[in-house]
Design a binder for this molecule. Structure first.
Ligand code: SF4
Length: 363
């Protein structure tokens, strides 16, 4: 029985049934925001926009980790790569994001030591293998990736590794939802909540924002059936006038989340204000390294003087992350900004909305 349930999300018959149900149920024009960049990519890849009624608008939200990283933080990463004896270790998506003057990839081409890693423990290994160098891992991402970064810091402390550092630019999803709903310009009828993040924080983490704003919400996975289930749940909530905080990804997400991961997060990180691209500073929406682990904190270990730089002129990433415009609404889209020559992170990241539009939308 459990196996059948696990495979249901790949069943085309269920997908067809959900599409029929959404078409029958949906009468009201609505704007649904998929908060997670992986949802955005899956929606485009699987043609979900094409099979639901046109009056259901799917908007991308602030759920692509690279895209929400502010310009000055990208500049800080570039500045780290320019410090003598530093190896910058990062996930691949960050390499091509343009900073004000350079990207990390350009710094690498200029001879700086910037390495792509696949996990935080690869970065830790790099530190072990290079005891005479300082290895800085760029901590970008949400509650999903932050526990692995916390684990690497904890392991470094346990193993007495003194040349491993983390620059934490982590961000938290629920405070961003508060910020979006508090903003008068944003108009959202429902949230498709992020599956990955929710496996860590649990459904209950969204309860305060749901109780305050009563916006229909559904935690959904990433397969086509998962996403259609999320849309169907939101359509039902809107049409019935009964908003709920629903979990249609119960095979991976529970109410309380992953307690071990959350405990590790709380042990290594403290909650702090964070700067989000396009949104600005959101109170209590980021993670800083606790004083007990300060020796691993790149912000404290290195004398970085980075100005609060502006985002690239003309780039509409900020408005795209708030669901205010779609990429074709950006004057630079396809004309100046392409995946080969990106202006903003939304065109670089594998989860970026502009990259998804460029690849799948044909417009
Ligand atoms: Fe920014 Fe390029 Fe997207 Fe325009 S198309 S919003 S310039 S990333």
């Amino acid at each position: 029985m459990a196996i059948k349930y696990a495979e249901e999300y790949r069943d085309p018959a269920i997908a067809r049934q959900l599409i029929r149900q959404i078409r029958e149920r949906s009468k009201t024009p609505i704007r649904l925001m998929e908060v997670c960049g992986t949802h955005t990519m899956s929606i485009f890849r699987n043609g979900i926009r094409q099979v639901i009624p046109e009056h259901i608008a799917l908007l991308s939200g602030p759920g692509c980790p690279v895209c929400v990283t502010s310009q000055w933080e990208i500049d800080a990463f570039v500045a780290l790569s320019q410090i003598e004896n530093v190896i910058v270790a990062t996930f691949g998506d960050l390499l091509r994001v343009p900073g004000t003057d350079f990207s990390l990839q350009e710094q690498r081409a200029a001879g700086k030591d910037v390495r792509m890693v696949y996990s935080t423990f690869d970065a830790l290994e790099l530190a072990k293998k290079n005891p005479d160098r300082n290895v800085v891992f760029l901590g970008v991402g949400f509650e999903t990736t932050a526990p692995t970064v916390a684990a690497s810091i904890f392991s470094a402390q346990q193993a007495g590794i003194g040349n491993y550092f983390v620059y934490s630019a982590h961000k938290l999803v629920p405070p961003a939802l508060f910020a979006l709903l508090e903003s008068e310009e944003v108009n959202i009828d429902g949230f498709i909540l992020p599956g990955h993040v929710s496996t860590i924080i649990g459904v209950d983490a969204y309860r305060p924002v749901f109780e305050k704003y009563r916006v229909p919400s559904a935690v959904a996975g990433f397969e086509p059936v998962d996403i259609l289930r999320g849309i169907d749940a939101l359509v039902e909530q809107v049409e019935s006038g009964e908003p709920r905080l629903e979990n249609v990804y119960a095979r991976a997400v529970n109410d309380e989340g992953n307690k071990k991961a959350m405990a590790l997060l709380a042990q290594v990180f403290a909650i702090c204000d964070a700067d989000w691209r396009g949104i600005g500073t959101i109170p209590a929406s980021g993670l800083s390294i606790r004083d007990e682990f300060a020796t691993f904190d790149a912000r404290k270990a290195f004398d970085l003087k980075v100005e609060r730089t502006e985002e690239p002129k003309g780039c509409a990433c900020g408005d795209i992350l708030k669901g205010l415009v779609a990429p074709p609404g950006c004057p630079l889209y396809r004309k100046v900004c392409t995946p080969a020559s990106p202006v903003g992170p939304c065109m670089v990241s594998s989860e970026g909305t502009c990259a998804a539009y460029y690849r799948y939308h044909g417009e």
